[in-house]
Design a protein around this ligand. Structure first.
Ligand SMILES: Cc1cc2nc3c(=O)[nH]c(=O)nc-3n(C[C@H](O)[C@H](O)[C@H](O)COP(=O)(O)OP(=O)(O)OC[C@H]3O[C@@H](n4cnc5c(N)ncnc54)[C@H](O)[C@@H]3O)c2cc1C
Length: 503
């Protein structure tokens, strides 16, 4: 067995999306930071965010309106205090990003704001249709030039080291060297993002396997609201092709949902038509799809406008044989965003001392039963920055720290041979979740799903005993998160927001 490396830092950040990078940059003023990330730094949900970040940046708009839109989308199940904090701190965060070098879409030094579903005003700051990538680029540039930050790519966190409700670090698989390393730290930050890979039809990158929620749950952290999985209404729908996301800003800029007879139908479902909250649009499409194929139509905006406003989407769709200015875009809903997660207060603190969470992995209460579009990048920034103050205080107050090496973890062994059963279980699990715990739910099907998931869980544990590799670790996490989602869905007896119970 290869040697275990033991490393020490003040701050250990797990994840290199916008939540993790933003925290690392701010915390680096107060101590040594490690960023552990399971692929390359850039690979994250953040990198694929197209639409933008919501913030009150126009005179016509107000904090009150942003607050009300967020609460309405969340069916008033939100933590109003957390929403208020997020909304009020939003403009400051946008200004900070501009200072850090993020090139938002501007004209004559004025941001060009766009609109998305559920927003009563134009308030989405964007870098056209590659906002996430542009922010990641700017943050990574800063991180790479920061002497207090050390990055560990291809490092997969396996588990948190927690004793007596205090977190001391994480056990990490170095995927290149095939070693199991111990990262000790005074403050441990979960910024591991979402879990939409639990579903067969999803528009998240492969990294979104819910590792943070699963690790935190195993460590005894409080997990909340996992039943609220947001299904994005418009992901590409061509059999055998990726479920590539078509940003909501396409509808924000005039795109219309139509059936195969060319008839717009959203007026039957909501007064905001195509810009109704996502849960309503997704269910409407799901209903219409029983009779028709559904398309998104932006052709009326003209070639010049489309190519200029949506250059990324135009190019990506071209590869699938679709010209946005000439063709209808076939779409269908796909799992997109995890509204629930590791429960925290508004300073990113969890119920485990020294463990912090923010971004998509966390449940701050801002989203309630359904997230308002473009509030998630914002949540990453606002609560990440607030966590810097709480984590720094915690680190400073720790006069000394005793590093424990839990015996059960030091015995972990690696198995380089990937058991073929892993792939089969994963496909079955994802399909089961889509069919039984998807957009429209029934108690009987949820119960059936839970039973099957518990069986998968037993089989996964047997495979785990033979040793660790990326595939089995992620499958274990997917299964644990799937169980959490299904149990939460069974516990919520009435439909609300993203949780729709037919019977
Ligand atoms: C296609 C798409 C479009 C979107 N558009 C928008 C938008 O326009 N506006 C908006 O507000 N939101 C949007 N979202 C949602 C938003 O992008 C995410 O909610 C947000 O980026 C989450 O950021 P994060 O930093 O919390 O997580 P992520 O950006 O997902 O980063 C998680 C990081 O953790 C790492 N990681 C995970 N597990 C482990 C582990 N075990 N060990 C080590 N590293 C690990 C990952 O590799 C990754 O680096 C979109 C999402 C998608 C998928």
């Amino acid at each position: 067995m290869k040697k275990t490396n033991i490393l020490h830092f003040e701050f250990l950040v797990i994840g290199s999306g916008i939540a993790g990078l933003n925290f690392a940059l701010e915390a680096s003023k107060f101590g040594k930071v490690a960023i552990v990330t399971k692929k390359e730094l850039m690979e994250s949900n953040s990198n694929y965010a197209q639409g933008g970040i919501a913030a009150v940046l126009d005179k016509k708009d107000s904090f009150k309106k942003h607050l009300e839109d967020t609460l309405k989308a969340g069916c008033y199940l939100n933590d109003k205090n957390a929403v208020e904090i997020m909304v009020k701190e939003a403009p400051k965060q946008i200004k900070k990003l501009i200072k850090l070098g993020v090139a938002f879409n501007q004209l004559n030094n004025k941001l060009i704001l766009t609109k998305e579903g559920g927003h009563s005003e134009r308030r989405i700051a964007n870098a056209k249709d590659t906002t996430g990538r542009e922010i990641e680029r700017a943050l990574i540039f800063q991180v790479r030039h920061n002497k207090n930050i050390k990055t560990f790519e291809s490092h997969l966190a396996i588990d948190l080291i927690v004793q007596n409700q205090i977190c001391y670090g994480a056990i990490v698989l170095d995927k290149e060297k095939n070693t199991v390393d111990i990262f000790y730290s005074k403050a441990i930050i979960l910024a591991t993002g979402g879990s939409a890979q639990v579903y067969s039809r999803n528009c998240n990158p492969k990294i979104a396997t819910g590792d943070g929620v699963a690790m935190a749950a195993r460590a005894g952290a409080k997990i909340q609201d996992m039943e609220f999985i947001q299904f994005h209404p418009t992901a590409l729908n061509i059999p055998g092709k990726p479920t590539f996301l078509i940003s909501e800003t396409v509808r924000g800029e005039g795109g219309i949902l139509k059936n195969n007879k060319g008839v717009a139908f959203m007026n039957k479902y909501h007064e905001l038509k195509d810009l109704a909250p996502r849960d309503i649009v997704s269910r409407a499409i799901f209903e219409e799809m029983k009779k028709n194929k559904i398309y998104l139509d932006l052709r009326h905006k003209g070639t010049e406008y489309i190519k200029n406003r949506f250059p990324y989407l135009y190019n990506e769709l071209w590869w699938f044989g679709i010209l946005m200015d000439k063709d209808l875009i076939p779409i269908a809903p796909a799992a997109h965003y995890t509204c629930g997660g590791v429960h925290t207060n508004s300073y990113g603190e969890t119920n485990i001392k020294g463990l912090y969470a923010f971004g998509e992995v966390a449940h701050t209460g801002v989203h309630g039963a359904n997230r308002l579009a473009s509030n998630s990048l914002l949540e990453c920034l606002v609560f990440g920055s607030r966590a810097v103050s709480s984590a720094t205080r915690f680190v400073k107050n720790l006069s000394s720290i005793i590093y424990h090496l839990p015996t059960k973890n030091s015995k972990l062994k690696i198995n380089k041979t990937v058991n073929p059963k892993i792939k089969a279980i994963k496909i079955n699990l994802q399909t089961l979740m889509w069919k039984n715990v998807g957009i429209i739910r029934e108690t009987k099907k949820l119960t059936e799903a839970l039973k099957k998931l518990n069986n998968y869980h037993k089989n996964i544990n047997k495979i785990l005993k033979k040793g660790l590799n990326k595939e089995i670790i992620e499958l274990q996490n997917l299964c644990q998160v799937a169980i959490l989602i299904t149990k939460a869905a069974l516990a919520r007896k009435k439909s609300i927001g993203a949780h729709y119970l037919l019977k």
